[in-house]
Design a protein around this ligand. Sequence first.
Ligand SMILES: Nc1nc2c(c(=O)[nH]1)N[C@H]1C(S)=C(S)[C@@H](COP(=O)(O)O)O[C@H]1N2
Ligand SMILES: [Mo]
Length: 182
Amino acid sequence: MTTRRTVLLAGASVLPLAWSRTARADCRSTLLTQDAQAAACPILSLYGQDAQARRLAAALTLEQLRSLPQTGIRTSLPANFQMRESVHWQGPTLAEVLRSQDLRCDSGVYAESLSGYGALVPATDLSRFDPILAWLRNGKPMSVRGNGPLLVIYPFDDHPALREDIHYLQRTVWQVRSLTAL
Ligand SMILES: Nc1nc2c(c(=O)[nH]1)N[C@H]1C(S)=C(S)[C@@H](COP(=O)(O)O)O[C@H]1N2
Ligand SMILES: [Mo]
């Protein structure tokens, strides 16, 4: 199975821009729906380290995530996942997300899910594999039920060795709600 990794221009317009003017009045159901209004509600908390404390640096909306430089990865996931067919994932790289907020990453980035499950993506992974924070699967946003809205995706098909190491499965966090630069 071949894998293609492509860097796309920022701002692939999937959701109507008109929604950018929508007030943030009703963001309660953001994580439960994938309607267009959700594009204007924060779905990702970003934390940085301030001395010993964990500091909220930003809360990004889907609109902000999609306006970052985008990377595409075509890959299947290891057999453990329900999603075995090769699909196209798109989103900014984790490194790009941190960079967008000037967050320094020394040891890695901790990705935490809605359920509280989390995994540390080591800084060495960012330079070697450049995993992405996918918000599109085959061009479509993902619902929470579909393991969205955000997933950490490694280029498994480009690096078959990743499949052999349980750590990369554990770092494939789905339903991501926050990233902490460590
Ligand atoms: N949000 C979330 N992501 C997660 C997990 C989880 O429990 N919640 N489990 C991790 C682990 S340990 C593995 S092996 C893979 C596959 O998990 P699954 O077998 O439960 O699908 O997803 C990873 N990502
Ligand atoms: Mo696991």
